[in-house]
Write a protein of this length. Structure first.
Length: 127
């Protein structure tokens, strides 16, 4: 099976040794996105709500670069430095995803890159 690297300037560039996403057949594995602004590479963190929105916008940009969108997300994982923000993730997630929602996990973590409070990765299934 061939692997295709997915890249877009509409999402932050990788800040390490990874690709924004990799397509393997009909599956696309999106790397974790924090709330970096694609143009400035600075963290959008004036509020947790702003961070969550930016994370979902970044995921959407990579999903679209892969030829899909958030509607094709089969599995979503959310990483939070404070689980108290989980209700806000649920609220904002409904602005980006529609039923049937993807399978999802929420994981509490001690820290995230660049001091982010929220990160998300996803798996898309394209037809």
């Amino acid at each position: 099976m061939t692997r295709e690297v997915i890249r877009t300037d509409l999402a932050p560039q990788a800040i390490g040794t990874y690709s924004q996403a990799v397509r393997c057949g009909k599956n696309v594995y999106l790397s974790g996105q924090i709330a970096l602004d694609a143009k400035t590479q600075h963290l959008v963190n004036h509020s947790v709500e702003a961070e969550i929105h930016q994370v979902f916008r970044n995921l959407r940009a990579v999903a679209e670069a892969a030829g899909g969108g958030l509607a094709q997300v089969a599995k979503l994982t959310i990483y939070l430095t404070d689980m108290a923000h989980f209700p806000k993730v649920n609220e904002i997630m409904s602005e980006y995803f529609a039923p049937p929602y993807p399978a999802r996990a929420a994981v509490g973590v001690a820290a995230l890159p660049r001091g982010a409070r929220v990160e998300a990765d996803a798996i898309l299934v394209l037809e």
